[in-house]
Design a protein around this ligand. Sequence first.
Ligand SMILES: [Cu+2]
Length: 237
Amino acid sequence: MNQRLLITATTAGLLGGSMLLGLPAASAHPSSPPGQAKTVQLDASLHELNDSGATGTASAVVRNQLIRSIEVQAHGLSPDAPHAMHIHYGDDARNECPTMADATNTRGDTGISRLSTVDGLPAYGPIVVSLTTTGDTSPASALAVSRFPVSADGDLDYSRDRIEFTDVAGTGYPGAGGTGTAKQIADAIRDGEGVVVIHGVDYNHNGRYDFASAGASELDPSLPAEATDPAACGVLR
Ligand SMILES: [Cu+2]
């Protein structure tokens, strides 16, 4: 009898024994510790922010510290413009999408409320993954505008495989720098605390991101706020 047959026979014997004792067979298979060899499917419905008119869906398969695949589809975005997209998460964030009640800005002097990316941080936390089309996917690529998808007439259809979580400073964990490890962050995302945010709102519908309607981005003064303000948001659950 070879080793594999021996193990199979032994396992069958244990299962048979537990059944005889009235125990559920599952008791022979202790569940994995959190974060160990765990694969989950996550889905999000994306809803508009800043009256963008954008809606969409996102879905991801996450195993341990790896996003095996992620897809984002959206409609009604500012047309033919790049849209920065991220997964946001913070250990001390609410892990939900902000509402316009969180807005502290206005569109120029119009008095119309404007939710900036920073306004949304208490809800969705900082960036932990940049959903770029090529190259780096860490928070370092948060504003790599040339590597984010461009909406075709307002539609966006994105997919990417094999994105690894990284350690991220400023994610609100105890200790210096508030650094979360890749494992801590991945565990939280698998637990339904990751928020997908699509950025970019052409408020004055003039066909480009410029400074006319909302000024400069508080994230990078060389970029218009139109390029970085949130357009759609959904929680990956
Ligand atoms: Cu973002």
